[in-house]
Design a protein around this ligand. Structure first.
Ligand code: GLY
Ligand code: MN
Ligand code: MN
Length: 443
C-alpha cells in the first residue's frame, strides 16, 4: 500500500514569502541559505534535513541552495540559487532539480546556478539600505556574507554602497512560524497520526525480556509506514532507572519484569515534528506504587492542558502542573511541608527539574518568543505547545519511601490553542492507566 498524506501547497509557500515581505523595510534584501550535507564517516553522509527557516519559505528540499528575497524588484522578488542539473552526478546521488525547474515547481520568480552566486549576489545587495540575514547560524555562510559585503565596500570609489543596516532575519520568520496555518495543522495532525501508530505498536510489543532498541524499532516502523521518513529527534526508550535520565538515548537495556518504561518519541512528517511521551508498565499492569505516581503526573498534565487557552499566559500551564505535582509529592511522602511554601522554595525541583512545555512546529523545540517585554506571552489561536510534566524518583535518593524509588514518569502531548480553548493533537495515543493496560493487552 502506498501512503501519501497532506503537503504544504505552493500557494501557501508564496503567501509566507509575501507575509515576510510585508514585514520588511523599504529597499532591502533578505538572504537565507539551505542546510548543508554533514559527513558521518568516510563516504557516508547523514540523512539530509533542510534548514527549518529555509524550508518554511522555499519548500525546496536540496542542499547548496540560497533563497534571496528583494521586495519590489522589477525582475522578480524571490530568487533561488541552486545546483545545476548534472546527469553524471545524478546517476550516483539522485535527482537534482536545477534552476529552471525549481523556479516553476516552487513558484519562485527567478533562479540561477549556485556556481554563479559570487558574480550575481553582490550586485543584488549593492544599493540596498538594509540586509536581513540570520548571523551565527551557519559560520561558513556568515563568512561569505561578510565577503560579499566587503567586495561592495572596496568598490565604494566607483559609487557602490554596501547596506547601512543589518537585521536578524530569523526574528521575522520565527514570529510567522509561531502561528500555524490550516495546512500546517493538517500536516501536524498527520505527524501525530504516524506517531500514534508507532506508540501503539510499541505498546503491543512491550514485554519483559525485550530490549529498549526493539521497542524503538516498533516506533520507527510505525512512523515510516505512515509516510514519516524519520523521527523528529532521537527516540528515548528508557526502562527502569533509565527513565530518570532525561536525555537517555542509549536504548540498549533489557526490559525487566515490574519496571516502567518511558518512551519519548515523535515522527517528523513533511519536516513538522510531533513530540509525545508515554510511560507504560513493562508487563502490561501498573503496580500500586507506579499507579500512584502515574496518576499524579496525569492529573498535573490534565490541569496544565486546561490552562492552554487564549488570554492565559505561557507560564500558567507550568504553574498548574507544579501545583498538582507538589501536592501529590506531599501526599506520597516525597516532600514534607506546606505545598505553597514548597512551591515558593522550588522544592519540587528535586523530582521535577524541567519546564512543562515548549513551542512545537518545524523544530521540536520550535522558534517563537516566550516573553514579550519581560512578560509571559499570552496564548493565541494557532500556537502549538507541548505539555509534558513528569516525576523522576531516582534510585539514588535514599531519603524517599523505598516503594517509589526507581520510578520515572513523564506524560507529553501536543496541544493546539483554539479560539475556544485547546485541542490535543495527540489524543489518540492511549494515556490513562485503563487505556494503556488495554492497549498492551492486545499484544
Ligand atoms: N523530546 C524532547 C522534549 O520532550 O522536549
Ligand atoms: Mn518529548
Ligand atoms: Mn517536548
Amino acid at each position: 500500500m502506498s501512503k501519501s498524506g497532506p503537503v504544504i501547497s505552493l500557494r501557501e509557500f508564496r503567501r509566507r514569502r509575501q507575509e515576510l515581505m510585508d514585514m520588511m523595510d523599504e529597499n532591502c534584501i533578505a538572504i537565507l541559505p539551505s542546510a548543508r550535507v554533514m559527513s558521518r564517516n568516510s563516504d557516508v553522509d547523514y540523512q539530509f534535513r533542510q534548514d527549518s527557516d529555509f524550508q518554511y519559505l522555499a519548500g525546496f528540499p536540496e542542499p547548496e541552495a540560497v533563497l534571496v528575497i528583494i521586495p519590489g524588484r522589477e525582475h522578480g522578488e524571490t530568487i533561488l540559487f541552486c545546483r545545476e542539473r548534472d546527469p553524471e552526478a545524478e546517476r550516483w546521488h539522485g535527482k537534482i532539480t536545477g534552476p529552471e525547474r525549481a523556479m516553476q515547481l516552487y513558484g519562485l520568480d527567478d533562479a540561477f546556478p549556485i556556481s554563479d552566486i559570487d558574480d550575481i549576489l553582490p550586485g543584488l545587495i549593492e544599493g540596498k539600505s538594509k540586509l536581513y540575514y540570520s548571523m551565527g547560524a551557519n559560520h561558513d555562510f556568515d563568512g561569505q556574507i561578510i565577503h560579499w559585503v566587503n567586495s561592495i565596500s572596496t568598490n565604494q570609489q566607483s559609487g557602490s554602497r554596501p547596506p547601512g543596516e543589518f537585521s536578524h532575519l530569523g526574528n521575522l520568520i520565527h514570529e510567522l512560524r509561531l502561528f500555524k496555518s490550516k495546512q500546517e495543522l493538517e500536516v501536524m495532525r498527520h505527524a501525530a497520526h504516524a506517531t500514534a501508530v508507532g506508540h501503539k505498536a510499541l505498546m503491543e510489543l512491550t514485554a519483559p525480556g525485550r530490549y529498549e532498541y526493539q521497542l524503538e524499532a516498533a516506533l520507527l516502523n510505525g512512523f515510516m509506514m505512515e509516510g514519516a521518513r524519520s523521527p523528529a529527534y532521537p527516540s528515548i526508550v528508557g526502562s527502569g532507572e533509565n527513565a530518570n535520565i532525561l536525555h537517555y538515548t542509549d536504548n540498549d537495556a533489557e526490559l525487566k519484569e515490574g519496571e516502567l518504561v518511558l518512551i519519548d518519541a515523535g515522527a517528523e512528517y513533511q519536516c513538522y515534528a510531533c513530540d509525545v511521551t508515554r510511560t507504560i508498565p513493562v508487563n502490561g499492569k501498573f503496580t500500586e506504587a507506579q499507579r500512584e505516581v502515574y496518576e499524579i503526573v496525569l492529573a498535573a498534565q490534565l490541569a496544565a492542558i486546561d490552562m492552554v487557552r487564549p488570554e492565559n499566559h505561557w507560564n500558567q500551564p507550568h504553574e498548574a502542573a507544579v501545583r498538582v505535582l507538589t501536592e501529590g509529592m506531599v501526599r506520597l511522602g516525597l516532600l514534607e511541608g506546606d505545598p505553597a511554601q514548597l512551591i515558593e522554595e522550588e522544592a519540587y525541583r528535586k523530582f521535577y527539574m524541567h519546564r512543562t512545555g515548549h513551542w512545537l512546529g518545524l523544530d521540536v523545540h520550535d522558534v517563537g518568543e516566550y516573553q514579550i517585554d519581560g512578560e509571559w506571552r499570552v496564548f493565541e489561536p494557532g500556537m502549538v505547545t507541548t505539555i509534558e510534566p513528569g516525576l523522576y524518583i531516582s534510585e539514588a535518593l535514599k531519603d524517599v519511601p523505598a516503594r517509589y524509588r526507581g520510578i520515572g514518569v513523564r506524560i507529553e502531548d501536543n496541544v493546539l490553542v483554539t479560539r475556544s480553548g485547546n485541542e490535543v493533537l495527540t489524543s489518540m495515543i492511549p494515556k490513562s492507566v485503563a487505556e494503556i493496560e488495554a492497549a498492551m493487552a492486545v499484544g
